[in-house]
Design a protein. Structure first.
Length: 320
């Protein structure tokens, strides 16, 4: 596991999360914390295969209808592909918490890298360093997510329209897109693994049915365009929804569960919308966060005062 103290010796003792579970909930956490390598690997494989199938569909539509008539279908499919790429990023996050394997950490990082991180230009070990700092130094000047949030300068509130949010995101996009990869430790090594993975699993198979220029252009349209131009947009909105950074605020009072259908369908796949539950119990795998959320609602009165967002582009509210 990443040694945060040796990497950041200036860290002060960890602040309270602002929440103490009831004895019953505390007794259930061990059961919820169990992982399943096969299930995570199967989901990662599903996301990868679905991207390639969506890409094939997009190319077939273009071949049948021509460029002009296929623009709208292409954009819709590109959003769907970016959403699946976002799910792969969520799996990198899961791997950083050793959800592929708690007992064999080398196996965990190998599976996380090959099945999720390398395809989206991440490396699990490097991602973990920044992400653990987000948990360990939450809402401090060392919190990389807080820095990225402040740099965006975008606030979500009840008066925010979809059009104004889109314009704000377009303005923030150039700085954010590069800033994210710097924050998660992506460098020339990550780009090398990214290139090698795609040559092996995308471009070489395409060479069986087309020439090299055709393979490269198909790969660029199917994978690179959604990843560069649409995925950052989805990620920005997802990250804007996760926290309200107020000086001194603990995780319980400033972290939000986003459980509306739009959030789950587009911006927070892989149950990533249950962000407060994750911060309170970071050892619980993502696939079990919704179940734990329901258990908390039934058995912990304090949890019912937490923040939740059920609709898109609205302020979060207390559950009760």
């Amino acid at each position: 596991m990443t040694d945060i103290k040796s990497t950041y010796p200036m860290l002060s003792p960890r602040k309270s999360r602002g929440f103490r579970p009831t004895p019953f909930i505390a007794s259930e956490i061990k059961r919820f914390s169990k992982t399943n390598s096969f299930v995570l690997a199967a989901w990662a494989f599903f996301y990868l295969v679905s991207i390639f199938l969506l890409g094939y569909l997009s190319l077939r539509i273009h071949a049948e209808l021509g460029t002009a008539a296929s623009i709208i279908p292409f954009l819709l499919i590109a959003v769907a592909i970016a959403r699946q790429q976002r799910a792969l990023e969520n799996l990198v996050h899961s791997a950083s918490h050793f959800e592929f394997s708690r007992k064999n950490k080398k196996l965990n990082d190998f599976l996380g890298n090959v099945l999720a991180a390398f395809p989206v230009a991440n490396i699990v070990e490097d991602y973990r360093k920044g992400h653990f700092l987000h948990h360990r130094a939450y809402n401090s000047e060392l919190d990389p997510c807080k820095k990225r949030y402040q740099a965006l300068g975008i606030k979500l509130h009840d008066e925010t329209s979809a059009s104004s949010l889109f314009l704000d995101i377009c303005q923030a996009y150039p700085h954010y897109a590069l800033g994210f990869y710097r924050a998660v430790g992506s460098d020339i090594r990550a780009l090398s693994y990214f290139a090698f993975w795609h040559i092996l699993f995308a471009i070489l198979p395409l060479l069986a049915v087309t020439d090299l220029p055709g393979a490269l252009s198909a790969w660029a349209v199917v994978w690179l365009v959604p990843m560069i131009f649409i995925l950052p947009m989805l990620r920005i909105i997802g990250e804007l929804n996760e926290h309200i950074y107020v000086d001194g605020a603990a995780e319980f009072s400033s972290t939000i569960n986003n459980v509306g259908w739009v959030h789950e369908l587009i911006f927070h796949p892989w149950q990533d919308g249950y962000h407060l539950v994750h911060h309170l119990f970071p050892g619980v795998p993502n696939l079990k966060l919704a179940e734990l959320h329901d258990l908390l609602l039934e058995n912990d009165p304090r949890y019912k005062t937490s923040l939740i967002r059920r609709k898109f582009l609205v302020r979060p509210e207390k559950i009760e």
